[in-house]
Write a protein that binds this ligand. Structure first.
Ligand SMILES: C[S@@+](CC[C@H](N)C(=O)[O-])C[C@H]1O[C@@H](n2cnc3c(N)ncnc32)[C@H](O)[C@@H]1O
Length: 281
């Protein structure tokens, strides 16, 4: 349970934690900021307290932990195709001095295209920075699966950033600073640029660390599904959802002239989409 200040608290079984111990910025961003964002985004429609929550594509599970500890949800379940959530206990100890994860928080590994096995439906499903990574071949089955495990009056929040066609939509901007480079250069030249660029990402202490990180980062880029906001809206409508609220953020960089002739400006400029859906009545 969290104190009013949300700075310190105890889990349901009385295990203490404190945000004063946070050492990693990326942990704090997810645990504090992004989990609060979800709560605020749905506040006009539902309460997180008392609700059952599903984090689809939870990664290491920092947001799921943030929602579980800083509110009073009935349960929070995180699912992902990776088992990155196995390191959450270690991250929680390092960043919150928390010695045992809360009992109302569970994780499940799923196969691509599946949404997991669940004993009951969810009042709120959220997915943060995941849908552009979902293989386009399984996207419709994922959306259909989420529709089946959402309560009739439940809500689904989908956040995607950066959208592929936006200035830094390659997700490689920690190395390549040129906006829209992934759309301007021919593919092999873009690849050489990425592997030969001397810029070190902030989180890489030296060149060797950066070189070891690059193949995985390139693979992430290579497998982005290139989904756009209109496509997402179509897919969700087709699966029986209706849009309740839409928030987008925009890039203001100068668009290279040749891209203006090829792409719709709004698609190039939309950096992030945060969408709230409900099941169609
Ligand atoms: C950029 S990470 C975001 C993780 C987490 N939501 C966060 O914000 O910290 C994208 C996540 O999506 C997961 N993912 C990709 N495809 C998926 C799928 N088909 N089903 C479930 N998770 C998937 C990846 O394994 C990865 O953990």
């Amino acid at each position: 349970m969290a104190s009013d200040s949300l700075q310190i608290g105890k889990t349901g079984s009385g295990v203490p934690w404190t945000v004063k111990a946070i050492k990693r910025k990326d942990f704090g961003d997810k645990f504090v900021w992004a989990s609060q964002f979800i709560k605020d985004f749905v506040a006009d429609y539902m309460q997180v307290d008392g609700a059952s929550l599903l984090d689809f594509g939870c990664g290491a599970g920092e947001m799921a932990l943030g929602l579980a500890l800083q509110n009073y949800p009935a349960r929070v379940v995180g699912v992902d195709i990776s088992t990155d959530f196995d390191r959450l206990a270690e991250l929680a100890l390092e960043n919150l001095d928390l010695r045992a994860l809360p009992e109302n928080l569970q994780f499940q590994k799923v196969r691509p295209g599946d949404v997991g096995t669940h004993t009951s439906k969810y009042d709120l499903i959220y997915s943060w920075s995941v849908f552009h990574h979902v293989d386009q071949k399984v996207l419709p089955s994922v959306i259909k699966g989420l529709r089946q495990i959402l309560s009739r009056n439940g809500y689904l929040v989908l956040q995607i950033s950066p959208l592929f066609y936006s200035a830094y939509g390659s997700v490689l901007s920690s190395v390549i600073k040129e906006p829209w480079a992934h759309l301007v250069y021919q593919h092999d030249n873009f690849e050489s640029l990425f592997f030969n660029e001397a810029n070190l990402p902030d989180f890489c202490s030296d060149v060797a660390v950066a070189q070891a990180w690059k193949p995985g980062a390139w693979d992430t880029y290579r497998t982005l599904n290139r989904i756009t906001v209109p496509e997402i809206l179509d897919e969700f409508e087709r699966a029986g959802f209706k849009l309740v609220k839409k928030h987008t953020t925009t890039n203001f960089e100068d668009i290279p002239a040749k891209l203006k002739d090829i792409y719709i400006e709004e698609i190039l400029r939309t950096e992030q989409a945060i969408l709230l859906f409900q099941i169609q009545p």
